[in-house]
Design a protein around this ligand. Structure first.
Ligand SMILES: [Zn+2]
Length: 142
């Protein structure tokens, strides 16, 4: 699942969660649910990493934009929800930059096993993230 979509889901969770701690925990749970839904993926690492780097930068910009859009009284929970939703994918940049995952092997194995990926799903997933980001941004600013 694109990290941008995890960011968008985490923002929604943070906006409705009781507080930052629950938003963070629910964000992590949302990651597992979303990764088990049909989404884009690619077996060729060279293709995957090019998309992942762009998605990481777009996701970071989306996180900052949605944090800024959140009402000040909800901002901590919104940011916590987004960070929790992204945390399980910390293995990707960590492996890219440090050649190892920060998680125990059983966590990475579980994370790989729940994936429901196919190469042809990129248009739907990218469109979902883009539309979702704008809709959630408008909703947070209400
Ligand atoms: Zn993941």
């Amino acid at each position: 699942m694109l990290i941008t979509n995890h960011v968008v889901a985490g923002a929604v969770i943070g906006a409705v969660a009781p507080g930052p701690a629950s938003a963070f925990a629910l964000g992590i749970a949302s990651h597992a649910v979303m990764d088990s839904l049909p989404h884009w993926g690619h077996d060729d690492y060279d293709v995957f990493i090019k998309v992942a780097v762009v998605d990481g930068l777009v996701g970071l910009a989306t996180l900052a934009t949605l944090a800024r859009a959140a009402a000040p009284r909800r901002r901590a929970a919104v940011v916590a929800g987004m960070l929790g939703a992204c945390l399980p994918d910390a293995d990707k940049p960590s492996t890219l930059f440090f050649d190892r995952s920060p998680f125990p092997a059983w966590v990475d194995d579980l994370h790989k096993r729940i994936q429901n990926e196919a190469e042809e799903r990129m248009p739907y997933e990218a469109l979902g993230g883009l539309v979702g980001a704008f809709v959630v941004r408008a909703w947070l600013r209400r």
